[in-house]
Ligand binder design. Structure first.
Ligand SMILES: *Cc1c(COP(=O)(O)O)cnc(C)c1O
Length: 375
């Protein structure tokens, strides 16, 4: 039996093949391959789509986070609060800059940072840590975190709020697109993300012109002028082929997100009366379903049964960052201790979710979900 894959970036390419192939040919024929017209146009078009004044492209989403931190002067001698229930990239970016990550727990219904715990550590920082200079809030699985109380607490304490939008291109909170509310926002353009390149890519966005200029220099050796580093930088550039591909794909993003929501609605209906609760939709939030995540105390059996019915599934993520061997016993946790994070990591699993799923495939997933309701 054909198994419906949980993610299928090849289907994404085939659906937009004509536009993507033309964009690649244009970039190849231009004779200019790194930081040129395609990249500049992508930055302009992405900023316009998002609703920020500036976007700066870079090599990947991890670098987008790290570049924001570097641009804000956050590194050694600073603590950055974030969550442990995330792609390890979020935490890796903090350590790349020399800062200490402080890992907070999540709200178990939406899997995003518990705002009460962030407020608590900003008001009463854990002893023995350098001062908290930023919070990286992850809009996980395609849904906005409970941003407003966190924005308010960060503002009151002079702390930067950085939005990790790697899974949330186009998600909204009370009608406002995520990535426009914090100090700056980082997006991954990895092939499986809601907006994906066909290789690595990242972009960050901000309304702060000076910050954007500083970051644009840092991403290329700290150059403002060719061959002259005016500050310490790195090399994190988006190439012209990926930029051209992203320009070809950006016009499809909103329709792709709408299609993901329609698929999620179909899954919700199929779950009715069964043992699994559909993913929680936060009041006022427009979810873009990077992942459609369920939970079960018997995840292994459930995933095996799905597979027997031709439905692939995945786990995002199986081990919290603070329990992975590279981090265990070394990274500080917030006062709540990440109990909800640990429980979620043992129970979550993700169903197939991408705009190219066919009606037939969606029907097959729904049939499998209905089978659980009937024993
Ligand atoms: C994918 C992802 C990243 C990192 O992006 P890369 O492009 O793989 O470096 C960061 N944060 C989250 C939440 C992600 O899902």
């Amino acid at each position: 039996m054909q198994i419906i894959p949980q993610a299928d970036p090849g289907a994404g390419y085939r659906a937009q093949k004509a536009e993507i192939d033309a964009a690649v040919a244009r970039a190849l024929n231009s004779g200019w391959y790194i930081l040129g017209k395609e990249g500049e146009a992508f930055e302009r078009e992405f900023a316009a789509w998002l609703g920020t004044t500036r976007a700066v492209s870079c090599a990947n989403g991890t670098d987008a986070l790290a570049l924001i931190l570097r641009g804000l002067g956050i590194g050694e001698g600073c603590t950055v609060a974030t969550v442990s229930h995330t792609a390890v990239a979020t935490v890796a970016a903090i350590e790349m800059c020399g800062a200490v990550p402080l890992l907070l727990d999540i709200d178990p219904d939406t899997y995003t940072m518990d705002p009460d715990e962030l407020v608590a550590v900003l008001e009463d920082p854990p002893p023995g840590l350098p001062p908290i200079k930023a919070a990286i809030v992850v809009h996980l699985y395609g849904q906005s975190a409970d941003l407003h109380p966190m924005l308010e607490a960060c503002r009151a304490n002079g702390v930067a709020l950085i939005e990790d939008c790697a899974q949330a291109h186009g998600a909204k909170l009370n009608g406002v697109t995520v990535g426009t509310m914090g100090t700056a926002a980082a997006f991954s353009l990895y092939p499986t993300k809601n907006l994906g390149a066909l290789g690595d890519g990242g972009v960050l966005a901000t309304d702060d012109f000076e910050l954007a200029d500083r970051i644009a220099a840092i991403r290329q050796y700290g150059w403002k002028e060719r061959y002259i580093s005016s500050m310490v930088g790195v090399n994190s550039r988006l190439d012209e082929i990926q930029a051209a591909i992203l320009r070809a794909r950006l016009p499809f993003l909103d329709a792709g997100n709408a299609r993901r929501r329609a698929i999620a609605d179909a899954y919700d209906v199929a779950l009715d009366g069964g043992p699994f609760s559909p993913p929680e939709r936060r009041d006022g939030a427009e979810h873009v379903f990077h992942q459609y995540v369920l939970r079960s105390a018997n995840r292994t059996e459930v995933m095996a049964k799905l597979r027997q019915m031709g439905v692939g599934s995945g786990i995002h993520y199986p081990v919290p960052v603070h329990l992975q061997s590279a981090y265990q016993g070394r990274v500080p946790l917030g006062p709540a201790g990440c109990a909800e994070t640990e429980r979620a990591a043992q129970e979550v699993f993700s169903l197939p979710m991408y705009p190219e799923l066919t009606a037939e495939q969606i029907g097959q997933v729904c049939e499998a979900l209905r089978a659980f309701a009937h024993g």
